[in-house]
Design a protein around this ligand. Sequence first.
Ligand SMILES: *Cc1c(COP(=O)(O)O)cnc(C)c1O
Length: 216
Amino acid sequence: MDIKANTSSLLKILPGHVRLVAVSKTKSIAEIKASYEAGQRIFGENKIQEMASKWEALPKDISWHMIGHVQRNKVKYMAPFVDLIHGVESLKLLEEIQKQALKNNRVQHCLIQIRIAEEESKFGLPPDQLNAVLEAAESMSHVEVIGLMGMATFTEDQAQISSEFKSLNSLFEASKKNWPKLTTLSMGMSGDYPLAIQCGSNMIRVGSKIFGERNY
Ligand SMILES: *Cc1c(COP(=O)(O)O)cnc(C)c1O
C-alpha cells in the first residue's frame, strides 16, 4: 500500500466542498505520518485510548475525529482534544459532552448520528427525535451541533444505499432551515463515498481505500 500516493490521489479528485476524514483505526504512527505527508490533516479513530496515544505522538495540527460509538464514561477522555464527535445519538450523551466540555473550557463540536440503515444492528437516533435533541442542544453553552452523520446498510445493493443516503440528505436539508448551524453531512466510506457525495455528503470517512485492509 502506498499510503502517501493513495492520500494524494483521493485529495486531488475530491470536490472542493467535501472534506476527507482519513480513518486510521488500527494503523500505526508511521502509516498515519505517510498520509500526513501527503497533506492530510483530519484523522478518524473509533477507540479513545488508541486515539489519545496517537494524538500525543503526532503533530499538533492534526484534527482528531471520534467516529465510533461513544460510551458516556469515555467522554472525559475526548473532551481535552477531540475536534468533532460524529456518533452522538442521545440527549444523555450530549449532556455528558456538555459537562466535560465545560470542565475543559472548550466548545465541543458534534454530529448527531441518525439511524438510516434498514438493518437492525446500526446505531443512531431515530429521525423523528432529531428536533427535540437539537432543541435541547440550543441551551448547552459548550456543545455545538454542526451537522449529521449516518451509515448505510452493509449491502451490495446500490439502490438501497442510495435511498438511505438520500433520506439522510433530505433530513439534513430540511433541518438546516431551522438550524442554520448545521453545515456538515458526514456520510460515505471506502465502498460508497462516490455515491454518498452524489447524494449530498460533504464529509467522507475513508479508511481501507487509503491505508489498506485492517487486520483486527
Ligand atoms: C471504520 C469506519 C470507517 C471507514 O471504513 P472503510 O470501509 O475502511 O473506509 C468509516 N466510518 C466509520 C464509522 C467506521 O467505523
